[in-house]
Design a protein around this ligand. Structure first.
Ligand code: TA6
Length: 307
């Protein structure tokens, strides 16, 4: 892949048309030989598969991983990876005759750049080549950038390259968080918010409690919820903060017992160690992008120890 032959301190230079990766970034074979980026800096590390531009690990040194990965996940070119941060585009949920949650998470992305920022953070950018997209979606140019530091910053951008047609789509970063025990976790930041309850006939309800706790399957889509959410994990003595911009929908999901058993790529007991807090633009918040415009969704994941 050609880059302008400009030497920058970001160590991005043209050498025989390849990207010269900073020392902090390695491209290695992952599970089933799928290529993955392994990023290691002094106080954190991360892994990103090119398949689906799928972040499968982010961990601050000395802390438990921030992201949950299923031990039963598949790593096959025509299947999504289970856990981490699935990149959802251009639709959210099932669609007849199509892959659930869209094609982006089960398509191979290209590495566009890798650089070391002034503060020592590492930023990698991936793009979804239009030739690997279904023909009727090729007006969309997708880029996904990941910045690894003390926190994990993800930005999904969608550009409508059509000269004259608008582009309507849903997008979501469907993040699976690692937790100590679902019975010891609560989520704050959504009090008073309306939601669609997908485990109760998609009925509309209102989040009455100050915190969401879990004792059965939870699958709630909060429209017009652009604020931050916190995950309080008593067992890990950790609060995870999900901050975002360019995202109007928040989704909270735990599959609980029956749905866990029904998923072949998810362990029957794994629901106890994960919670999904997803940031996107879904349902009534779907995006309609005018020609030439770009939508940017940024999600920042951070954590702090609590006694
Ligand atoms: O975001 C919650 C959800 O839409 C659930 O309804 C459940 O289907 C989950 O996503 C997982 O979807 P997946 O296609 O990854 O199995």
């Amino acid at each position: 892949m050609k880059f302008p032959g400009i030497l920058t301190k970001n160590i991005l230079m043209e050498t025989t048309g390849e990207i010269s990766l900073p020392a902090q970034v390695k491209l290695l074979p992952g599970h089933c030989g799928l290529p993955k980026l392994v990023i290691q800096i002094s106080h954190s590390s991360a892994e990103i598969y090119l398949h689906g531009a799928h972040i499968t690990d982010f961990q601050k040194t000395g802390e438990p991983p921030l992201l949950f990965m299923s031990a039963a996940s598949r790593y096959e070119t025509n299947q999504p990876i289970r856990g981490g941060v699935p990149v959802i585009f251009p639709w959210f949920g099932p669609r007849a005759g199509q892959p659930a949650h869209g094609f982006a998470r089960q398509t191979s992305w290209e590495l566009e750049s890798a650089s070391v920022e002034k503060n020592g953070e590492v930023k990698v950018s991936l793009r979804l080549s239009e030739t690997s997209m279904p023909a009727d979606w090729r007006a969309a140019q997708l880029r996904f950038s990941v910045t690894v530091g003390d926190s994990l910053t993800m930005e999904l951008s969608v550009t409508n390259r059509s000269p004259d047609k608008s582009l309507s789509f849903e997008d979501c970063l469907h993040t699976y968080f690692a937790i100590g025990d679902i019975a010891d976790v609560s989520i704050t930041g959504l009090q008073g918010a309306p939601y669609i309850d997908k485990v109760d006939g998609a009925s509309t309800k209102q989040e009455r409690g100050a915190a969401i706790t879990f004792n059965s399957e939870v699958d709630r889509v909060f429209p017009n919820a652009s604020g931050s959410v916190e995950i309080h994990d008593r067992k890990f003595h950790r609060t995870i903060v999900v901050e975002k911009s360019g995202s109007a929908s928040t989704v909270v999901w735990n599959p609980w017992i029956a749905k866990s058993k029904a998923m072949a790529d998810f362990g029957d007991e794994e629901f106890k160690q994960m919670i999904c807090v997803e940031s996107g633009n879904v349902g009534e918040n779907q995006i309609t992008l005018p020609p030439g415009k770009t939508a940017r969704m940024k999600v920042i994941l951070s954590s702090r120890r609590v006694e």
